[in-house]
Design a protein around this ligand. Structure first.
Ligand code: GDP
Length: 289
């Protein structure tokens, strides 16, 4: 799979973060709880150093709660990192986020203090940054939408709680140094459909689900037993949904789209696509140039 990120955008975003950083007290990094590793921006850890950072595992309503807890523990091994599992679309946990900002930056932003906490929101496209900003501000400021990679002006939003939000500077790109990260980003919808082949993504999804959530597949697709291969699973879905050619073979492209869209819509239940052990193993494998 080949995914093109534009070096111009990358350098610009990196430069903007570096330039803004001296006045930033805390970072709020929004991640997709279904892919907490692959939805990171690879430059962030390096640039921010030991600045306090809240990692939001957002869209936690669509992720596997047990896995979310494992990821939170993993990230919090880092002393300057704290995490919250959020569903910012459902308006949850907003107060928890501002309270945590105050706890992590204790010397600013208290009642009567004229100095406010500068919190920079960062994250790759489509993780929920605009929804979060609108929720915290209590009004519509940032444009939300399902279309990734919409560029916009950087803005500052003053909250009531002694906090100023600084919007994501420029466009941040996700972490794709292993092809599986690319597949997971495509499966969850972070990468535009046109950039990837849905059939490849569906095979990668099928392989993972057969290993990690076989019982969900059996339930959803009324299977008698767990299929032994990805193609066997796709064939079963094709038969069930009538996506067949006249000769009886499946319409692979169509079946691939069914599996991916049902995963994204949550019809297979809350699913997390990666865990720390898996990504650590992948990091030791072949790296895409
Ligand atoms: P941004 O590109 O990072 O600013 O992301 P948006 O705020 O535009 O959100 C992208 C899509 O994800 C929108 O369709 C949101 O409604 C949806 N979304 C955001 N947060 C959540 C969440 O916590 N749960 C779910 N299920 N969807 C969310």
């Amino acid at each position: 799979m080949h995914i093109q990120w534009f070096p111009g955008h990358m350098h610009k975003a990196a430069k903007q973060v570096r330039e803004a950083l001296p006045e930033v007290d805390i970072l709020i990094e929004v991640l997709d709880a279904r892919i907490p590793f692959s939805s990171q921006n690879p430059m962030i850890a390096e640039i921010i150093g030991d600045k306090p950072c809240i990692k939001l595992l957002n869209k936690s309503d669509m992720a596997d709660p047990e896995m979310t807890a494992i990821w939170q523990e993993y990230f919090e091994k880092n002393d300057n990192v704290r995490t919250i599992a959020t569903n910012v679309k459902g308006s949850g946990q907003l107060r928890q986020i501002t309270d945590l900002c105050h706890r992590m930056v204790p010397n600013k932003g208290r009642a009567g203090d004229h100095r406010v906490i500068n919190a920079m929101i960062i994250g790759i496209p489509n993780v929920g940054k605009s929804t979060l900003i609108n929720g915290l501000a209590g009004r519509t400021i940032a444009k939300t939408g399902n279309e990734p990679a919409v560029t916009k002006q950087q803005q500052r939003i003053k909250l009531e709680h002694g906090i100023i939000l600084i919007d994501t500077p420029g466009m941040m790109w996700p972490k794709i140094d292993h092809e599986n990260s690319g597949y997971r980003l495509a499966a969850t919808g972070a990468i535009k459909e046109t950039a990837t082949d849905n059939t490849d993504v569906a095979f990668a999804v099928a392989e993972y689900l057969l290993e990690a959530y076989p019982e969900r597949l059996v339930d959803r697709y009324k299977l008698e037993s767990v299929p032994e291969s990805e193609i066997e699973l796709l064939e079963a879905i094709g038969r069930l949904r009538g996506s067949l050619r006249s000769g009886g073979s499946i319409l692979l492209e169509k079946v691939s789209n069914i599996l991916i869209s049902e995963l994204r819509s949550g019809f297979l239940g809350p699913i997390t696509m990666e865990d720390p052990a898996r990504v650590e193993k992948e990091q030791t494998e072949v790296v895409i140039a």
